[in-house]
Ligand binder design. Structure first.
Ligand SMILES: *[C@@H]1O[C@H](CO)[C@@H](O)[C@H](O)[C@H]1NC(C)=O
Ligand SMILES: *[C@@H]1O[C@H](CO)[C@@H](O)[C@H](O)[C@H]1NC(C)=O
Ligand SMILES: *[C@@H]1O[C@H](CO)[C@@H](O)[C@H](O)[C@H]1NC(C)=O
Length: 195
């Protein structure tokens, strides 16, 4: 979906959110980049940055501004697995916008965008409040094998990306266990702090 206007997004969203797939919501929290790779990013707050009509990427806000995020979940499988959401506040409406992942054929750097929707990427938080994605198949061995319990992956990077002509340093997910092909990428972790 590449919405051209906020109205078209909200027309779709109205129906989707009425039957939300993830009705339960955590307390609000802030997110920060933690990085040994880039000291200027380390500790900065993560904000939602406009990158199209009702589309935001996740970028650095610096050290004073903060945005609130939530984990939307269902009682099953767990209240610690679900969608990272942010509220898009417009003129007379609030649209819950989950983070989703967008792949492009030419790169191993996948974009993470917030958009009004009833679905998104499943994330979790570890015991140290770091955001992760759980993985249960290891294909670095032949034949691929199941990993039990599932492992947590932290392949978050901040890279200079181009989305719809906007060049921003944004939070991304790098596919595979190798270095990203995009030379601007810095390794980061994403830390949650409840408000
Ligand atoms: C998240 O939970 C809130 C509160 O129940 C709800 O209003 C919102 O629609 C949910 N968002 C999604 C994407 O399910
Ligand atoms: C989760 O959402 C359901 C449906 O809205 C509600 O009945 C239940 O009480 C919620 N549970 C928690 C822990 O918030
Ligand atoms: C990043 O910040 C953390 C927590 O504030 C700190 O412990 C760590 O030393 C910092 N790392 C670098 C490379 O500055």
């Amino acid at each position: 979906m590449r919405p051209s206007t906020i109205a078209s997004v909200l027309a779709l969203t109205g129906a989707a959110i009425a039957q939300s797939n993830y009705p339960n919501q955590s307390a609000p929290f802030n997110l920060q980049f933690i990085s040994d790779d880039d000291e200027s990013l380390n500790g900065t707050y993560i904000g939602a940055c406009h990158t199209g009509a009702a589309i935001e990427s996740l970028c650095t806000l610096g050290s004073s501004n903060r945005n609130n995020y939530y984990l939307n979940y269902t009682m099953y499988p767990s209240e610690n697995v679900g969608l990272l959401t942010w509220n898009l506040v417009g003129n007379g409406f609030v649209a819950s916008s989950p983070m989703n992942i967008f792949y492009s054929i030419g790169t191993d750097v996948a974009q993470l965008l917030l958009q009004p929707s009833s679905n998104g990427l499943h994330v979790t938080f570890d015991d140290n409040n770091k955001m992760a994605i759980s993985n249960s198949i290891d294909d670095t061995v032949t034949p691929p094998k199941y990993i039990t319990p599932a492992e947590l992956l932290y392949r978050w990077h901040v890279c200079l990306t181009n989305y719809l002509g906007y060049n921003y340093n944004t939070l991304t997910w790098v596919l595979g266990n190798d270095k990203p092909q995009n030379p601007s990428c810095k390794k980061v972790d994403v830390l949650r702090t409840f408000v």
